[in-house]
Write a protein that binds this ligand. Structure first.
Ligand SMILES: [Zn+2]
Ligand SMILES: [Zn+2]
Length: 430
């Protein structure tokens, strides 16, 4: 029977059988079929004669339960061992202060506003915001094929540090420290999460993100992030919130063998707490980059980007950044510092990425999905084999589905094995 074969196969890649069953039973029919077809195709009657499935050898698809989508993995293409080519470390020639930078302290921006002479973090409304706060009427009598809805919001910029030539990664290493230099960034996320909806009662979702490096379209090297507040929940978090809710309510996931006893504060199964526990209890922790008292950083099993990283709470449900204790804020700052430092050390360059926080919508968005929200951070870095070779989602990936060669386990090992000291600090010493 195909179903049994499918489960047996997925067991071979090291995941608990119960997990695979959970998927097969729990998800929408389309996915169940996808799963069964994906793993069992061609392995019908005579699979005893077929070679056993090996996730480091055989092309296979991996399922992303957050977005309920698939990624094709082609590990046989990375059979050759990691070349370990020595990258020439890329130094930085940027000044600590740039009089032309619109983010440096005390500088005048194009709109005429002047930045504070800030010494820690600095937060201001984006002069070129993608959204506007005023309400407009919805267009009437729309054809179902040509639909629109008004979008309201405000956009802000957070300068992470007054120094023009520093990145989050560099703030991990002496003379800087995450406790002193990254904690204030998380505290500003907390302030924003509280303040924006209070001042703008229409705001339902707050998207915090950072675009780092020109490869990700970031035009200014000054360390900064962005905050877009919106009167709706955008596609990605909305999809994920629905998945978290569906996972929690799925009867198949009530089984402690599936949820591993990792439940939210209502005692309901929590997908991301279960994932944290699963990753931390898997022998050898093949996808774990690091863990501390409150958070774990992994290369997710279903990663699309070569060195994609997911940071999730490991102990309890934290719906939003405001629910964090002071100790949790410190732990988060430390793990962000270590992740970004190690990413830079992979190719000894300032590793470009898009980083984003997903969390509970604001209290105004009173959807039941809220209850199942779990704060987490995604890092999507595009580099592939070196500082100059990046991955593009083109061809098959644009037309069919994402694909990767390097497995999540190989990527996790590469990142994990990197030094905790930022390469630039080592360069300066030598
Ligand atoms: Zn600057
Ligand atoms: Zn997410």
């Amino acid at each position: 029977m195909n179903g049994a074969t499918a489960n047996g196969s997925s067991h071979a890649n090291g995941l608990a059988n119960g997990h695979a069953n959970g998927h097969a039973n729990g998800y929408a029919n389309g996915h169940t079929n996808g799963h069964a077809n994906g793993l069992a195709n061609g392995a019908s009657d005579s699979d005893d004669e077929l070679p056993a499935f090996d996730a480091t050898e055989h092309p296979h698809r991996r399922y992303n339960p957050l977005t309920r989508s698939w990624v094709l993995c082609s590990p046989h293409r990375t059979k050759r061992p990691w070349q370990g080519q020595e990258e020439k470390p890329q130094g930085t020639s940027l000044p600590a202060y740039d009089e032309k930078c619109y983010l440096c302290p005390g500088n005048k921006r194009a709109t005429g506003a002047t930045n504070d002479d800030y010494t820690s973090t600095f937060f201001f409304e984006n002069d070129y915001a993608a959204l506007m706060p005023q309400a407009v009427a919805e267009e009437k009598n729309q054809h179902p094929l040509l639909q629109s809805q008004p979008a309201r919001g405000r956009c802000y910029v957070i300068c992470f540090n007054p120094q023009h030539n520093l990145t989050l990664a560099q703030l991990s290493t002496a003379p800087f420290s995450p406790d002193e230099h990254i904690v204030p960034i998380i505290q500003s996320w907390q302030k924003i999460y509280k303040q924006i909806p209070a001042e703008n009662p229409f705001v339902k979702y707050i998207q915090i993100f950072e675009n780092k490096g020109s490869a990700m379209g970031c035009s200014n090297p000054h360390p900064h992030g962005q905050v877009w507040s919106l009167d709706y929940i955008p596609e990605e978090p909305s999809k994920e919130l629905a998945s978290l809710r569906a996972w929690s309510q799925d009867p198949a996931n009530q089984d402690p063998k599936v949820n591993l006893g990792a439940c939210d504060d209502h005692g309901k199964p929590s997908m991301l707490l279960t994932l944290a526990k699963l990753e931390l209890t898997t022998p050898g922790q093949p996808r774990v980059i690091m863990a501390n008292d409150h958070f774990v950083a992994i290369v997710p099993y279903w990663a699309v980007w070569p060195f994609e990283v997911l940071v999730v709470p490991a102990q309890r449900q934290i719906r939003n950044v405001l629910q964090m204790t002071e100790m949790e804020v410190v732990s988060l700052a430390r793990i962000i510092a270590q992740v970004t430092c190690k990413l830079d050390n992979v190719f000894k360059c300032s590793f470009p990425y898009s980083m984003g926080v997903h969390q509970q919508p604001t209290q105004l968005a009173t959807s039941e999905d809220d209850e199942f929200a779990q704060f987490h951070i995604h890092f999507y870095p595009p580099l592939l084999r070196s500082a100059s070779v990046r991955k593009f989602l083109v061809g098959f990936e644009m037309m069919a589905e994402p694909q990767r060669d390097l497995t999540a386990e190989q990527a996790a090992k590469r990142i994990r094995d990197c030094d905790d000291v930022h390469y630039l600090a080592t360069l300066e010493q030598s």
